[in-house]
Structures are given as structure tokens and as C-alpha cells.
Design a protein around this ligand. Structure first.
Ligand SMILES: Cc1cc2nc3c(=O)[nH]c(=O)nc-3n(C[C@H](O)[C@H](O)[C@H](O)COP(=O)(O)O)c2cc1C
Length: 258
């Protein structure tokens, strides 16, 4: 059985919430899936004060005492995650952004490997596709296996044709998500992902030391020596590309300091 958790960034149970319900019910019809929906505004989430203690010393030093860790535990216990938001002023809603800022340290120290991710954005008129791209990048940066998200226009009253278009798009997205959910959880990284990992970890190895929490995290995970974030079998060409990325970043970092 696969567990999916959806975070909804609208305080009302309308377009975004309904689309999420439809998406999750589609998943359930495709296989053995159990889900939970979290309306973010029902939870206590403080606004980041920018002290950077989570980055520098560790997330446990955050002065905000809210539901962050409860929500992270829910993600850790899931196989799949959906971030769904209405388009507010050409961005995610404020509560969704507050939630993402609460996860800020996890962009430095990614941890959601092996889990499937997607995004859903509801809009009135325009701007939602960029938000989908943003959320999908968030999913990637947090370590998820990201399935391309979707944006739909929910102008009321909706015609039957518009409703059918949304239904079809959500059905396609549910199928893509389900297929990823039941595939092996740790795919061989794409060249782009490999490059991002190798260059990131190389600059971290050369620029930071044990006093940095990010450095300590990478060290503890063995990421300064590993091929990728998780064990994987790289073909010869990708293995060579990985070494090349290490080399390029080593040169770039040394040049910065010369
Ligand atoms: C404060 C606010 C800002 C909005 N900004 C945009 C916008 O920039 N672009 C857009 O297409 N729709 C915008 N909308 C419309 C919502 O995205 C749209 O009504 C959406 O369906 C709301 O989702 P919900 O029904 O789940 O609350 C905005 C709505 C609100 C309340």
C-alpha cells in the first residue's frame, strides 16, 4: 500500500481542495493508495524570522515552535507528496510559502529521496504555469522524484467543457504520478541531477568545514565520497561525467580563491 499526503494552500475547500480530492481519488482507483489531506491554514506555522539558525546550527535551534516537525514527519512517513496552491498574485498562496520557508533548511540538506512528488495549481486567469514550474523545482530541490505538475483555470461558473478539460488533465497527472509511485523508488539520476549533486557537494567540500551544519550533514551521509545522494549504478559514461563535474567544480572553486 502506498501512502500519499497532500498539502493544500487554500483556506477554503473549493477549486484547489476539490482538484486535490479528485486527483487522490483517481490514484485510489489506480491501485492500493491511502491518502491524507492537510489544509495548511489549519496548522500552526510561524513566519520565518530569517535568523538562519536552521541553516547554520541546525533546524532544532529554530526559535519558532509550531507544527513544522509534525508536518515533516508526515512527509517522512509517506511515499508520495502533493503540494497544491491557488495562484495568489502570480505566486503560491502566503500559507504555502510560509510552509516552504519552514522547510528552508531541507533545501540545503535534502532528505525526501525515494518519494514521489507533484504539484497542482488553481488559478482565476493567468500566471499559474510559472507557479507549477516553481513548485516542481521545489520538489526536485528537496530530493523528491518529481512528476510534472499541472495548472488549471477555475473561473466560476464553469462550463461543462471546461470541467471535462480539468478532469482529463487531472486523470493524466494521476496516472503519471501513480506510475512513478510504483516504480523503483531510487532511479538512476539524470545527467542534470548528477551534475547538480557533484558540483554542489564538491564546492561544499572545498568551501566549508565541520563547523557548518550542511557540511556535517553531507559528511554523515557519506556524500563527499558517494556517486550520488543514494546508492545507484551509474553507466560508464555517467560515471565519467560525474568525475568531470567534480573536476570542473574543483577548478572553479580554486579559481575563486586564487
Ligand atoms: C488574493 C488573491 C490573489 C489572486 N491572484 C490571482 C492571480 O494573480 N492570477 C490568477 O489567475 N488568479 C488569481 N486569483 C484567483 C485564484 O487563483 C482563483 O480564484 C483560485 O481558483 C482560488 O482557489 P481556491 O478556490 O482553492 O481558493 C487570486 C485570488 C486571490 C484571493
Amino acid at each position: 500500500m502506498k501512502r500519499v499526503i497532500a498539502f493544500v494552500g487554500s483556506a477554503r475547500k473549493k477549486s484547489t481542495y476539490n482538484a486535490v480530492c479528485q486527483f487522490l481519488e483517481n490514484l485510489r482507483s489506480l491501485g492500493d493508495v491511502n491518502y491524507e489531506i492537510i489544509t495548511l491554514s489549519d496548522h500552526r506555522l510561524g513566519t520565518c524570522r530569517g535568523c538562519c539558525l536552521c541553516f547554520d546550527k541546525g533546524e532544532e535551534f529554530c526559535p519558532l515552535k509550531d507544527d513544522r516537525d509534525v508536518l515533516i514527519e508526515k512527509i517522512m512517513a509517506s511515499d508520495g507528496v502533493v503540494l497544491a496552491s491557488p495562484n495568489y498574485s502570480f505566486q503560491v498562496s502566503a500559507i504555502m510559502k510560509i510552509f516552504l520557508d519552514r522547510l528552508g533548511f531541507a533545501f540545503h540538506r535534502p532528505r525526501f529521496f525515494g518519494k514521489t512528488f507533484t504539484s497542482i495549481v488553481a488559478q482565476g486567469i493567468y500566471g499559474g504555469n510559472k507557479i507549477v514550474k516553481y513548485l516542481d523545482f521545489v520538489g526536485y530541490a528537496l530530493g523528491f522524484n518529481t512528476v510534472k505538475g499541472s495548472c488549471f483555470t477555475a473561473l466560476q461558473p464553469m462550463t461543462e467543457k471546461e470541467k471535462q478539460k480539468i478532469d482529463r488533465a487531472l486523470a493524466r497527472q494521476s496516472r503519471r504520478f501513480y506510475e512513478r509511485l510504483v516504480k523503483p523508488a531510487y532511479p538512476v539520476p539524470t545527467l542534470f541531477k548528477l551534475m547538480a549533486f557533484r558540483m554542489g557537494r564538491t564546492s561544499m567540500r572545498l568551501e566549508l568545514d565541520d563547523s557548518s551544519r550542511d557540511y556535517a550533514y553531507y559528511k554523515e551521509k557519506g556524500w563527499f565520497e558517494s556517486d550520488y545522494f543514494y546508492p545507484t549504478r551509474l553507466a560508464a559514461l555517467k560515471r565519467a561525467a560525474g568525475s568531470l563535474f567534480d573536476l570542473i567544480q574543483t577548478k572553479r572553486t580554486r579559481n575563486r580563491h586564487s
